[in-house]
Write a protein of this length. Structure first.
Length: 93
């Protein structure tokens, strides 16, 4: 039963990561209305080049973290379900 609770928690975390991945992908990288496609000249003119590079690297890193986080959580859910299925009941006497 302990793995079932862990699997439920991991599914909720994977859902959060999935929502955050979609938000980052839509807000920053959408071709039609993404931030980095609408106002890149404003970022280049208003920010120092180091700050602009850091913000670009940070958003790319967060997008990757949310994407990989959801995959890892779903993999752990599969592992938890497998462990629960294989777990032998203890004989009490």
């Amino acid at each position: 039963m302990r793995f079932v609770v862990l699997a439920i928690i991991l599914v909720m975390i994977a859902g959060f990561f999935h929502i955050m991945f979609i938000m980052f992908d839509n807000i920053y990288y959408n071709d039609d209305n993404g931030i980095f496609t609408l106002i890149p000249e404003h970022f280049n003119n208003s920010m120092h080049s180091d700050t602009a590079n850091d913000s670009w690297n940070t958003t790319g890193m967060l997008r990757d973290v949310f994407g990989w986080g959801r995959i890892i959580c779903i993999g752990l859910v599969i592992g938890c379900i497998t462990l629960e299925a294989v777990d032998k009941p203890r004989i009490t006497g």
